[in-house]
Design a protein around this ligand. Structure first.
Ligand code: ZN
Ligand code: ZN
Length: 347
């Protein structure tokens, strides 16, 4: 991975985004910059991480432990280069200013999404780790679904999900679980509240956990009692839209085309306006990674990236529906990493 990085830009490259530093050299501390320069890799960190860094990074990486801000440790290493490629989406303005103030004549080059594109491509081992996180989520959702009843609050249900994941060995949740009952399910990013799940209402659960740094992400729907025809029909449409997008998600496909494969079906069902967000996102060391699948982006998706496919429809004040699976984009057929059936679960 260090070699991949060293060859993705000309001249020295500073990787400052924590998950990318981890991807490149294994260091998972909260304060670390990785510099690639003249065929060498240097990890800059502070004294708190001396021990951890020496355990996590291999012998190919030179460890620079400093008491000063990282920019000061960086300065002498890039002093004679003239240019430095930086992650413009991750480096703050203050950090860039302090680097250029310390090294006179240094020009910063923006890497755009160059590093993100490397990180997006997953090995079997990385996918196995994502799947381990996903299997924990699935076991917990299965167990909790069998136990929850109307009359429980969203927060109580969320607490069961978190407890179950940690109990089964997840390091942490990938994000705060979304548990949205009734009209709250029409808010795509609802947070669990004290609202109580009532009979005749849907319940949307969007959850994921982290194992060895890798995240999982899944959304499933429950319903207390038999749903209305309108809800049932919309559910079938969302499910069909999701299937269409999974089929369209081939290596080299336009991300916007994959999005529209799902969107077209929902438009045909009269629900196009209600699908108010993008189709999905890459996932790995971060819950949301490159590539984004949406009509607004202009790139193709690479082979071997892991993405979510999560169409949804939202009727404000009434209900919302989302179904989210993770897939591994492969030549031939995409590999679905989510095992939990996507049927509406009637409780
Ligand atoms: Zn999700
Ligand atoms: Zn997601």
């Amino acid at each position: 991975r260090l070699d991949l990085l060293a060859h993705c830009v000309s001249g020295p490259l500073l990787v400052s985004h924590g998950p990318h530093v981890r991807w490149a050299c294994g260091f998972s501390g909260s304060n670390g910059w990785l510099l690639l320069r003249d065929g060498k890799a240097h990890l800059l960190t502070d004294a708190r991480y001396r021990e951890q860094a020496s355990q996590q990074v291999g012998p190919k990486v030179d460890l620079v432990v400093t008491q000063d801000p990282l920019a000061e440790a960086l300065a002498p290493l890039v002093a004679h280069h003239g240019t430095l490629s930086v992650q413009d989406a991750c480096l703050t303005l203050a950090q860039s200013k302090s680097i250029t103030a310390l090294v006179s004549g240094l020009t910063l080059h923006a890497t755009g999404d160059t590093v993100e594109r490397l990180v997006a491509v997953k090995t079997q081992e990385q996918v196995d780790t994502i799947v381990r996180a996903q299997r924990i989520s699935e076991a917990v959702l299965e167990q909790v679904s069998g136990r929850i009843t109307v009359g429980m609050s969203e927060q109580q249900i969320a607490a069961e999900l978190v407890y179950g994941c940690l109990r089964r060995g997840a390091q942490r949740m990938a994000f705060e679980p979304i548990v949205a009952s009734g009209p709250n399910s029409a808010l795509p990013h609802a947070r669990p509240t004290e609202r109580v799940w009532q009979s005749g209402e849907p319940l949307l659960i969007d959850m994921g956990c982290v194992v060895d740094g890798y995240a999982s992400d899944m959304t499933r729907m429950l319903h207390a009692g038999v749903p209305s025809d309108a809800f049932g029909d919309a559910y079938d449409s969302v499910r069909a839209a999701q299937e269409a997008a999974v089929v369209a998600a081939k290596p080299g496909a336009d991300a916007a085309h994959v999005d529209s494969a799902a969107r077209r079906l929902l438009q045909a069902a009269g629900l196009g306006e209600q699908f108010s967000h993008g189709l999905g996102h890459g996932i790995g060391l971060e819950t949301h990674e490159w590539p984004r699948l949406s009509g607004q982006v202009d790139y193709t998706i690479p082979a071997d990236c892991v993405v979510t496919i999560e169409p949804g429809v939202y009727l404000p004040g009434l209900w919302g529906i989302r179904i989210e699976d993770m897939i591994w984009v492969r030549h031939g057929e995409a590999e679905r990493l989510t095992n939990t059936p996507a049927d509406l679960r009637i409780v």
